[in-house]
Design a protein around this ligand. Structure first.
Ligand SMILES: [Zn+2]
Ligand SMILES: [Zn+2]
Length: 367
C-alpha cells in the first residue's frame, strides 16, 4: 500500500510499504478515507520526536472497516469509524475511570500511522467510534480523532462553566477548536490571541473576539476588554515548544501571559502537545520541554492548572452527535483537502505555516 513515511528531518515521502494485517484477535483493519496532518506530525517532521526513518505518519484517521479479527464483537466489515489519536485498552485502571489518554496498557506513543491506504487498529472495540454510514460530513467527523476533543479538553481542564469567560492563546486548529467548544459550552466571552491576520479572521467568523498580539500586550488588551478583571479561565493552545520556533522561550512567554490574563482563582488548561527534543533530536535539560515560568504569580493568584493528553473517548460520542445533529461544524478549520500523494508538499507548507495551510486533510482514495 502507499503511505506517508518519515525519512529524515524535514523530509517525508509517499512510498510503498507492506499492508497491515490482523495480528491480534481484537484487531481490525481500516481502509482510510480521510487523515489529517497535525501539529504533532510536524514535530515528527522537524525531527523532534526521535522517530525512526521509515515510520508511517498520521494519527487523525477515519475510514471503513475492511477486515475484522475473531475477537472483535461490536464492529463489522463496512462500518465507518473514526479513530482516537491515542490507543486505549479499555480495561486498565485509567481507562475504566475514563482517562483513556493515559492508558496504562498501551504505550503513549501513537500507533503506526494512518496517512496510508490501510491501518491496523488494536483493541478495536474500544478504539473505533462508529459513525453514520455513508460519506457525509467526512471533514467534520475526522476531527473527532484529535483537535475537536482536544479543544474541548482544554476547556474542561480549565474548568470553564457556562456564562464564564475564557482566553485562548493560539488560533491554530486546537485553539480554534477550544474557542468553538467554549462557545458551544455557553461561554459569555471568548478571547483568542494570535498575530496572523488569516487566523484572527477565522476567530471572528465563529463569533469570538480576536486579540492581535502584534498590536500590544495581549494580557493588557484582554484586561481592558473585561473591565480590568481578566478572564475566568484560559487555555494554552500554542504547545511546547511553540510551533515554528526553536526553543521554549515563546512557550514560556505565552504561559506567563496566560497567568497574567486569568483572574485570581481562575483555571488554566494546557492540553499540550509537549515535546522534549530539539530539532537535532536530542533530549534537552533546558530549552524544549522546560519553561522558565513565573511560578510566583501562578501561585499567588491561586490559579488551578490542568494538564494532560486528551481522553478522547470521554467526549467523542457527545461531540459526534453534535456533528450528526447539525449543531457543530468543526470542519471550518480544514484549509486544504488533498490526495495522499501531495503529502510531502503539504508537510513543507504546513511546517512553514504559509499559504493558509491551517489544517490539511489527506484523502488516500483520491487520485
Ligand atoms: Zn493530532
Ligand atoms: Zn487502558
Amino acid at each position: 500500500m502507499r503511505a506517508v513515511v518519515y525519512r529524515a528531518p524535514f523530509e517525508v515521502a509517499v512510498e510503498e510499504v507492506p499492508d497491515p494485517r490482523i495480528e491480534q484477535p481484537n484487531d481490525v483493519i481500516v481502509r482510510i478515507t480521510s487523515t489529517c496532518i497535525c501539529a504533532a506530525d510536524l514535530y515528527v517532521y522537524e525531527g523532534r520526536t526521535g522517530a525512526e526513518p521509515g515510520t508511517v505518519l498520521g494519527h487523525e484517521n477515519l475510514g471503513v472497516v475492511e477486515e475484522v479479527g475473531a475477537g472483535v464483537t461490536a464492529l463489522e466489515q463496512g462500518d465507518r469509524v473514526v479513530l482516537p489519536f491515542t490507543v486505549a485498552c479499555g480495561f486498565c485502571r485509567n481507562c475504566r475511570a475514563g482517562s483513556t489518554g493515559s492508558c496504562l496498557t498501551v504505550a503513549p506513543a501513537p500507533r503506526a500511522g494512518g496517512q496510508a491506504e490501510y491501518l491496523r487498529v488494536p483493541f478495536a472495540d474500544v478504539n473505533c467510534l462508529p459513525l453514520p454510514a455513508g460519506t457525509d460530513r467526512e471533514s467534520d467527523y475526522v476531527l473527532l480523532s484529535d483537535v475537536f476533543p482536544t479543544g474541548y479538553h482544554g476547556c474542561r481542564l480549565a474548568g470553564l462553566s457556562p456564562g464564564e469567560t475564557v482566553a485562548v492563546y493560539g488560533a491554530g486548529p486546537v485553539g480554534l477548536m477550544a474557542a468553538y467548544c467554549a462557545l458551544l459550552c455557553g461561554a459569555s466571552g471568548v478571547f483568542v490571541v494570535d498575530s496572523r491576520p488569516e487566523r484572527l479572521a477565522m476567530v471572528r467568523d465563529i463569533g469570538a473576539v480576536a486579540v492581535d498580539s502584534s498590536a500590544g500586550d495581549p494580557a493588557q488588551q484582554i484586561a481592558d476588554l473585561t473591565g480590568g478583571e481578566g478572564t475566568d479561565t484560559g487555555v494554552d493552545a500554542v504547545g511546547f515548544p511553540a510551533p515554528g520556533t526553536g526553543e521554549g522561550e515563546e512557550s514560556a512567554a505565552v504561559l506567563d501571559q496566560l497567568v497574567r490574563t486569568v483572574r485570581p482563582t481562575g483555571g488554566l488548561g494546557l492540553p499540550g502537545p509537549c515535546v522534549r527534543r530539539g530539532p537535532d533530536g536530542a533530549v534537552a535539560d533546558a530549552g524544549p520541554g522546560t519553561l522558565p515560568v513565573t511560578i510566583h504569580t501562578l501561585v499567588e493568584k491561586g490559579l488551578r492548572l490542568g494538564t494532560g493528553r486528551t481522553d478522547v473517548r470521554r467526549y467523542d460520542r457527545q461531540l459526534r452527535d453534535l456533528i450528526t445533529e447539525g449543531r457543530a461544524r468543526p470542519s471550518f478549520v480544514v484549509s486544504h483537502e488533498l490526495p495522499l500523494d501531495q503529502a510531502p508538499d503539504a508537510y513543507r507548507r504546513s511546517a512553514q505555516r504559509v499559504d493558509g495551510y491551517t489544517k490539511v486533510l489527506l484523502r488516500p482514495d483520491a487520485a
